[in-house]
Design a protein around this ligand. Sequence first.
Ligand code: NAP
Ligand code: G4F
Length: 337
Amino acid sequence: MPRVALITGITGQDGSYLSELLLDKGYTVHGLKRRSSTFNTERVDRIDVHPRHPDARLFLHYSDLTDPASLTNLIRDIAPDEIYNLGAQSHVRVSFDIPGYTADVTGLGALRLLEAARAADVGCRFYQASSSEMFGATPPPQREDTPFHPRSPYACAKVYAYWSAVNYRESYGMYCANGILFNHESPRRGENFVTRKITRAVARIEAGIQDKLHLGNLDAVRDWGYAPEYVEAMWLSLQQDQPGDYVVATGEGHTVREFVEAAFAHVGLDWRDHVTIDPRYFRPAEVDALIGDYSRARRALGWAPKTLFADLVRVMVDADRQLLEDERAGRLVRVDR
Ligand code: NAP
Ligand code: G4F
């Protein structure tokens, strides 16, 4: 029998890459989609055949991390071997504007899903998408035993979700693993995270349809990796004999300014001609520096990053140049699922 996975957040950046990885490994993949007045499945629409096709192995279901009954019903119906909880209000700056909603989805949502899995009693393994944001103000390098000091409603919610997963492991013997992932990016990254905002703007400025790029704090240091490699670590963390928690990172730190400089330089432009600072993008509390020590993941999972900073910037800028070209040529066609 093929193994069955359930992914919350399947319509997001990581969910789409994880679906591809699991389908390649022969899994049947179920994902949770939210009701929205606009289409929100674009990242997964081109993966696998249409659900009506007899060979289809990817299925989306309406549900929501705020709706416990739908989570319990879904888990009972599909009896997954593995659950990946990637669903979240995942934007740190936005979490200061909607702290209650962020706590509900990103924090309590994890608890609801754990409880639904426990109640369904289908013996599944559980992956929680934890975040380097939990380390917050604690200086780098950060690893699994580094104390948490969250600096945003988002990070506080992720700390709650992290400990909930640990608690279900210790209380009920459930196989729960936390992946403490540092920032990971790709051409599928949401357009209001800083890397994608920059690479999209670079493509548009090069094409002459945008002039300025408005950014916030350029001094923040982040450890940026490549998302398709990070979802492999998610899967590996559920394949071990014993459940554990793993930092997944590159071990390299770069400032936002360095990212901007490299992205503009890739198309032969000087960033100083185009970037302006807009205080609206500053955060009430900033996380100054995140750089991960992924020694445990290397040792226990055999995982290591392959794509480092310079290649990541190049891949993302080139993808946004191609996307813009396709958009302008009318080559993008929506797929109905
Ligand atoms: P993303 O692109 O923002 O995707 C978030 C996903 O969560 C989307 O599918 C979204 O659905 C879904 N979602 C939002 N609210 C929900 C709700 N109420 N119920 C169910 N689903 C909901 O995030 P990502 O970058 O793929 O990250 C995946 C996970 O890893 C998130 O939990 C994030 O916090 C965490 N994480 C990310 C990073 C990173 O650098 N990318 C690092 C550490 C941890 P819609 O598409 O409908 O909005
Ligand atoms: O790209 P960002 O919004 O990512 P941030 O806040 O580090 O959070 C991301 O990574 C976390 C893992 O560490 C995830 F848990 C989380 O879900 C998310 O995926 O901002 C990166 C840095 C920040 O210091 C921010 O202040 O870039 C700075 N920045 C400067 N100008 C900006 C901007 N960030 C955004 N989004 N937009 C700007 O204009």
